[in-house]
Design a protein around this ligand. Structure first.
Ligand SMILES: [Fe+2]
Length: 169
């Protein structure tokens, strides 16, 4: 049975994962509007991943005698970007924010003797390391290929590969 304190912490993390999922959906809408279908697909996939993270925590709470919930208001997400670079800088900040909160939660679990939840969170800790590395790699690709209007067709095509690679991992 999960303590009330750990339930509250995990529920807070659920809101962050749900917010991240919404933030990616806003990015998908932006990319569709810019005629960047493969980049849009990358954001749809990311939105789905964040929703899966949210669900994992949700089910963990409910399966261990707690009560999981999603709040009605998750906060406004950004939906306007000047360039692809700016959009992915937001992704980097978003993922970094999630990393900090996952790490903080794991530290809290150790300090408060919540060892089972600490172990449960290990996958999330590693997942965030992966997410940050991935976005850094993408930022390098964007900087090297360029993101001026004339480069966007090729940059978007590059995301077809990135999406396929992610699908096979
Ligand atoms: Fe996540």
């Amino acid at each position: 049975m999960l303590s009330k304190a750990v339930q509250n912490k995990l529920n807070d993390q659920i809101q962050k994962e749900a917010y991240a999922s919404n933030a990616y959906l806003a990015l998908a809408t932006w990319a569709e509007g810019e005629n960047l279908p493969n980049i849009a697909q990358y954001f749809y996939n990311s939105a789905e991943e964040e929703r899966q993270h949210m669900l994992e925590i949700f089910k963990y709470i409910n399966a261990n005698g707690g009560t999981a919930h999603v709040e009605g208001k998750l906060g406004k997400v950004r939906d306007k970007f000047k360039t692809v670079l700016e959009a992915f800088q937001l992704v980097r900040d978003l993922e970094h924010g999630v990393t900090l909160s996952v790490n903080e939660l794991a530290t809290w679990c150790v300090q408060n003797g919540e060892h089972a939840t600490y172990f449960f969170l290990q996958a999330f800790v590693l997942e965030q390391q992966d997410a940050e590395r991935k976005v850094d790699e993408i930022l390098t690709v964007i900087e090297r290929m360029g993101y001026e209007p004339r480069n966007l067709f090729y940059l978007d095509k590059q995301f077809k590969k990135i999406n396929e690679q992610a699908g096979t991992m």
